[in-house]
Design a protein around this ligand. Sequence first.
Ligand SMILES: [Zn+2]
Length: 477
Amino acid sequence: MRPVRIYDTRTRETRRLVPRVPPKVGLFVCGLTPYDDAHLGHGKLAVTFDVVARTLRRFGYRVFYVQNVTNLDDKVLRRAGELGLDPLTLSERYFRGWTGAMERLGVASVNYYPFATDYVPEILAQIQALIDRGYAYAAGGSVYYSVARFAPYGELSGQRVEALRPGARVAVEPEKRAPEDFVLWKAASPGEPTWESPWGPGRPGWHIEDTAITVRLLGARYDLHGGATDLKFPHHEAEIAQAEAATGEAPLVNFWMHAGLLTTQGEKMSKSIGNVSSLSDAIEAWGPEVLRFYYLNAHYRSPLDFDPARSLEESREAYATLEGAARRLREGSQASPPGEEGLPPAEGRAIEALLERLDELMADDFRTREAIALLFEHGRRVSEFLPKLPALNAEAREALAAPYAWALEVLGLCPVRPGSAEGAGGVEAALNARERARGRGDYAEADRIRSDLNEGGIVVEDGPGGARWRRAGPSEP
Ligand SMILES: [Zn+2]
């Protein structure tokens, strides 16, 4: 395992990751509340922690990555009411939309997506433990967490409890003992899905879902917790207060990782503000790699200000340069059999040093922007060698391609196109994209993907069980 240093929000320091049970690393990321289409801000969070997981796996850690699904909460209930749908059907539908977007975006690193409502027994047990230990109280059929009982509350976000008290605009729940107390169990309201509990029928509060899931799946203490920075308070403070009080073990996690928000003109992209750009539309319009490039060409902790008119156009142009060098190298290598010449020794050493530097940057709190800058530099080297490519031997060609293999593995950029030796995954992805294009009636796009595959030497055959592919024989085009 390569040593990795990560910034921890709670202690405000960058430290070496020491897994609790090496080489395993438990990673939990606060997932989505599926009540509407995902927007570009959700995509940033997903790609951020996808790259964290990819990097750690490359370095030899066995990452178990869990992202929860808040499939029932106030927002889901409100939207379901508006649309006249069952709330759990609604959230299931948007969750499927989410996994479809993740597949297209190349986010395949999540091991498990637990649904909150599948963990009601764990939630009830954790609430009971909090009552038994004197951290929670039942009132009016609901259960609340008594924030004053947990001294470290506010440590993560750096705030004092008094400052965290909701203002007058927040409707005060009369049964709460203190305004900062938060709900663990909500008494049933008419028309909502409810579960039986010792305190009467009701449903879980938002914060308790996450700790019930993580204590069950990752243990009372685990390695990494990720989320967007706006979740620090109250959500992550509440997670710490619940889990550490219920289990008596601390700290809940060794590293709190917070990703910077995606903003538009300085404001968080958010449904409630109405300044959202749909993730699916952006993937459709710009392609998944341009989006990944856009997110990763900044440090994950920085906020990213999205300009609808410029941001993705600029990323498209820059990414075309980066990917273009990789593609010309690949196509040039395929076009001519390897020659006799090796790389000049200094160049070979420079590429070795580059690969080492790329890993070093990622091992230092995931410095993707600087890694991308090095890949651009390598692109200039590749362009210099392109005219000499026919003379270069296989080893030299492989050395020139190695930084792009790194980019694909770690950043999900510069993928191998169908038709190349390593392209099987690419063919499946292309066939899926073709299926989706057909599904929405875009036959021109479906045909384009098919002819791209044909050009790469892949024959597509449509049959009753769906599309199948094989490599073209020597007599076929
Ligand atoms: Zn959460």
